[in-house]
Design a protein around this ligand. Structure first.
Ligand SMILES: Nc1ncnc2c1ncn2[C@@H]1O[C@H](COP(=O)(O)OP(=O)(O)OP(=O)(O)O)[C@@H](O)[C@H]1O
Ligand SMILES: O=P(O)(O)OC[C@H]1O[C@](O)(CO)[C@@H](O)[C@@H]1O
Ligand SMILES: [Mg+2]
Length: 326
């Protein structure tokens, strides 16, 4: 057992629905285990500036069901430098914070790892990102909500696509990860799904669209993950339109719509479990780790062990999407 007294909690990187539920779980579990919990505003930016707030049991009332993050989030250029991280550490020391729980994506995890290597600041990372791009956990907080949002939007677009016999290219988020694309594509009945993890040439796509056209398909939805090698939805749509002028082609970019909104029950439960696990892990001496839930079991993943491997799209998901889009 550690003698940790004061734990800092912060959110970093893109906000994700369920981050508030994770903050609540960290604060309540921390207080349950007799720790003082200090909230750090605006991720690493606030850490560098010493933007801290003591958290009480009631500081986190009525946030469980809210999207976004009450602690706010940021991407910090300064924290990418050694000097920036030293400034952040000095602020933590001044506030007598002896352990950190950070909720964020792969970049935020890397930030905590560097702070640990350079200043021995113990930490547990909670994976909070809509991208689901971190190995060592089946799901990251926010991914389920974002994918549901994308599916709802796809369903609406299908109605108008069908009414006008149109070909829609719908771009979903995910930075370099095709998770939202592949699963919203399966759930939304897409004719083709273009993800960064798999090369799809324009020729292949055109062949696919041709084939579905000849089978009397009256509307077609193509889901494009941002960050793919074939280009953005706009670029792909332009190339397809040039080859097939008879297609009435439209593009919708779902964008930040996918980051907001009420977290699903799944993300709230995931965040609650991970928040408690992070406090218990830190108390049990876990450090330089990310909490994950794999096959319903809580695990602690060492930074070096998981961050050297990519999180692959499940091959079976791709296979299923192809079978069903004929
Ligand atoms: N290699 C690194 N070393 C130190 N700090 C880092 C590193 N990578 C990222 N960070 C810090 O973490 C912040 C958040 O990282 P990033 O913007 O990649 O988002 P993320 O945590 O991956 O979340 P998401 O991908 O969901 O937006 C960065 O702005 C930076 O301050
Ligand atoms: O909100 P920003 O800074 O534009 O970042 C957008 C990125 O953040 C995410 O929403 C979460 O990582 C990505 O899917 C997307 O590429
Ligand atoms: Mg990331």
């Amino acid at each position: 057992m550690t003698k940790m007294k004061r734990i800092g909690v912060f959110t970093s990187g893109g906000d994700a629905p369920g981050m508030n539920a994770a903050i609540r779980a960290v604060v309540r579990a921390g207080i349950f285990y007799k720790k003082e919990i200090i909230g750090i505003y605006r991720g690493y930016e606030g850490m560098i500036e010493g933007d801290f707030v003591p958290m009480e049991v009631r500081s986190v009332s009525n946030i469980l069901q809210r999207g976004g993050t009450m602690l706010k989030s940021a991407r910090s250029k300064e924290f990418l430098t050694k000097e920036g991280r030293t400034k952040a550490f000095e602020q933590l020391k001044k506030m007598k914070i002896d352990g950190l729980i950070g909720i964020g994506g792969d970049g935020s995890f890397a930030g905590m790892h560097h702070l640990y290597l350079e200043h021995k600041m113990p930490y547990v990372c909670i994976p909070g990102t809509i991208d689901n791009d971190i190995p060592g956990t089946d799901f990251t907080i926010g991914y389920d909500t974002a994918t549901n949002t994308a599916v709802n939007a796809i369903d609406k677009i299908r109605d108008t696509a069908l009414s006008h016999n149109r070909l829609f290219f719908i771009e979903v988020m995910g930075r370099d990860s095709g998770y939202i694309a592949i699963n919203s594509g399966i759930a939304g009945g897409a004719v083709a799904i273009i993800i960064p993890e798999e090369e799809t040439s324009i020729e292949e796509l055109i062949e696919k669209l041709d084939a579905s056209g000849s089978q009397n398909k009256t509307s077609s939805l193509v889901i494009v993950a941002e960050g793919g090698k074939s280009g953005s939805a706009m670029e792909i749509a332009k190339k397809v339109q040039e080859r097939f002028s008879y297609f009435d082609t439209k593009v919708t970019i779902l964008g930040h719509l996918q980051r907001g909104g009420t977290p699903t029950y799944f993300d709230r439960v995931l965040a609650s479990k991970m928040g408690v696990a992070a406090i218990e892990g830190l108390e049990a001496g876990q450090t330089d780790v990310m909490v994950g839930i794999v096959h319903k079991e809580v695990i602690f993943n060492k930074f070096d062990e998981i961050m050297s491997q990519p999180k692959d799209i499940h091959k079976d998901d791709l296979r299923i999407a192809k079978i069903l889009s004929i």
